[in-house]
Design a protein around this ligand. Sequence first.
Ligand SMILES: C[S@@+](CC[C@H](N)C(=O)[O-])C[C@H]1O[C@@H](n2cnc3c(N)ncnc32)[C@H](O)[C@@H]1O
Length: 255
Amino acid sequence: MRRSRGFEAIRGHAHLFERPGDEPPSFWTEALGDPPEVYRERIQHVGERAVRRWDPGRSKLGAGLAKGWSEPLPVDGERWLYLGAGTGTTPSHVADLVGPTGRVYALERSVRPFARLRQLAGRYPNLLPILADARRPMEYCGLVPPVDGVYADVAQPDQVAIALDNARLFLRGSGSFLLALKTASMGRDREPRQHLAAAVEQLEGIELERPIDLAPYHRRHYLMGGRPTRALFREPAAAPSRRPTDPAPRARRRS
Ligand SMILES: C[S@@+](CC[C@H](N)C(=O)[O-])C[C@H]1O[C@@H](n2cnc3c(N)ncnc32)[C@H](O)[C@@H]1O
């Protein structure tokens, strides 16, 4: 780690910092937006730089970091597709992480949060808001190029299928996959651990890291992620979230 006036840059991450001595550990991203505050998070100045505290109570990816998640994460210069961007709390940190040469294609289907997301994009030139339904990737495939990472936080019963369909279509073979799994959206008939086990099974096309339980920051949520394997890009027998009229994603990847 490189020391930087009370903050330590995390190896391999140009814009992610930790402040030694904080308990629980605190993570900070170098602010790309101007002015830097997005959701009343704390701001500190480190020389010429402003860093924003990544509040684990407001962000599942931030909670994952606080609870020990390390890889994969968005890194400098990458393009990420973000499903379920909301008002932009976590997307703003992802935009910080990928830096000025990276891009975040931030998808949100609800008009209200999308209006705030668009405002945020006015301050974040690398954040591109897209008003669309993540279940219908064919409707925005002309706006999103192949990406280095897919992050999904849609809190839907079919969230795993939604994330996988988008990964098959947009993710590079060597890319990163992240999913904030909200088990409460998958039904109360089963325990969170049972939903997690079902999700692990469904994600057989991803070489998964150990999932992180996001309690106490976000109860009944897990952060899951890893790298795609070839199996991901094989056409599934049935993809519940894809409309029957959509072209096969594999065919599109080749075009
Ligand atoms: C938990 S909130 C997102 C919070 C945001 N990811 C963050 O951490 O700052 C989930 C969001 O997903 C959006 N969403 C749900 N289903 C969706 C879909 N099918 N397509 C796009 N967005 C969706 C909701 O409108 C909501 O804003």
